[in-house]
Design a protein around this ligand. Sequence first.
Ligand code: FAD
Length: 598
Amino acid sequence: MPPKRKTPAAPYTDSTGTAPNKRSRASKPDPKATETNGNGTATFDHSRPEETHGIVQRAFYPPELSNERCAMYNSGELPRPLAVLSTTLSETKSARDSTAIGESVVHWFKRNLRLRDNKGLSLAAAKAKAGGVPLVCVFLVSPQDYQAHLTSAARVDFELRTLEVLRRDLGRLDVPLVVETVEKRRRLPGRLVEMAERWGAKHVFCNVEYEVDELRREESLVKLGLEKGIAFEAVHDDVVVPPGALVTGTGKQYAVYSPWFRSWIKHVHAHPELLKEWEGPGKNPSGARTKFKTLFDSKMPEAPENKKLEPEEKTKLERLWPAGEHEAIARLEKFLGEKIGKYSAMRNFPMANGTACVSVHHSVGTLASRTSVRMARDANNTKKLDGGNEGIRVWISEVAWRDFYKHVLANWPYVCMNKPFKYEYTNIEWEYNTEHFDAWCAGKTGYPIVDAAMRQLNSTGYMHNRCRMIVASFLAKDLLLDWRMGERYFMEHLIDGDFASNNGGWGFSASTGVDPQPYFRIFNPLLQSEKFDAEGDYIRKWVEELRNVEGKAIHDPYGRGAAGEAKKKGYPKQIVEHKFARERALTRYKSGIGRETA
Ligand SMILES: Cc1cc2nc3c(=O)[nH]c(=O)nc-3n(C[C@H](O)[C@H](O)[C@H](O)COP(=O)(O)OP(=O)(O)OC[C@H]3O[C@@H](n4cnc5c(N)ncnc54)[C@H](O)[C@@H]3O)c2cc1C
């Protein structure tokens, strides 16, 4: 039975932020509605804030993991899901390798919605070609996965638009793309195997996803497949360097970015094949269209009801974020040709338009990070990842952050179970002030830079990286709200929502993640505003109430002589005072760390 709680479609406000932001209230689950989980058993614990505030989604998951179990993942007493999948793949290798070709080969698209440079697809196409059989492609829409993973309506829409492009491109090669909705997520592996059987396929390929649910699903598919005589292959594609490949001198996984990045560079230079471009699929044998006629004719499903955008939101996002891999490559080429040289100098200024804006493509997989890194390397005069053009070097190091957070996710899987990387920080006593949370969501905190950023997110599904850091720090440190509420809000609104990068970014900003900086590094929102939006243009763009405010008053209208104008336009006063909030955060963090788990 599907979970009862519905996550409403994310509304997109205009730049005034005055459109009713239903979303912020709706993000808090109705306790009554979550009494029943996906398995039909009542498990909601009203005494636990992480449940009442929708951080742990009991409709899909067990209660918050204990610190003791986190420690067991670290000590190896509990096996990591990626290790379990790898073991199953190696134990079944000979059985899979000796599986006969069948009548077709299947590629299962997930977050890799492109033909170009797609490892799983390339291997599937090569297998089909060698066996002289058609390639058949499939994408399964899973509404329960969208809910469990808090996928934003903007992203669902982007995915479906991308699938249209993919289907058109595959059709030109006489390759069918079947897109089908599977209502119950538990049914998904069985449905995929049924489809393969129906198409006479003995080989199914996909690219690995590193979230725990997905790794476990892939592992079950390897076993289930073999029971039915089907070889299921899951390969590394979403990262440049597969998780686990980089270890410290003492054989441990890196938990700090800088040494990890030096090791990443060395590894990629030593293994240039990691950046090789995977060949795209060729044309299917003649006869594929006749044999699979019904598959070519199948209809594209609509977004699930609770993930539908309003028509005007849809039109706006289509214009802002055109879908498909051709658009992704065009954006990347434009950035490499025109902007990358100044990336290092401009990347921190939200109004500078100095970044690539390709995160949605990396996230949905219309662009492989491998492709991005290779193309940037080739544009460098050293033809290497380091040295040469500073902008290129720095941009590659930013794309590498994406790999880094996937490695963190694979190596510390409890970050995917609502626990912070520093799990001992679970015990910090957070505020669960819903008025503050709602003000943050709606961009009405009285801190113009925070409000501008939140309104950019609510309006476009995107926020500049510097602003993501500012608003995340503000939520966790100034409002002292449980950072996981902010993490959730981001996932429900970002078009580029990616679990690993989002969780990593929030952990970094809340000092609960893989950041060697201590918790007492607290952003001052006013100083951040003055430094990164010195003229206030970003604020004026997004906070309509302050459009007429001139000079330095834009950063703090009530404190710098623009109170009359701000009040007249209905702009709120600061909901907390930074100095007080900073001291409160320092005290709470200090006393929370080391406290015994409840
Ligand atoms: C609190 C917080 C939450 C975030 N949530 C997400 C998220 O859900 N999805 C997401 O893709 N990024 C996330 N980021 C990272 C970053 O903000 C975006 O990737 C970036 O703003 C995308 O813009 P761009 O494509 O112009 O980036 P560019 O600066 O051009 O960088 C190129 C690419 O490198 C990768 N990248 C850059 N910075 C980071 C980073 N800090 N972490 C991981 N990858 C990075 C992205 O894939 C990006 O497209 C988050 C950061 C923070 C601080």
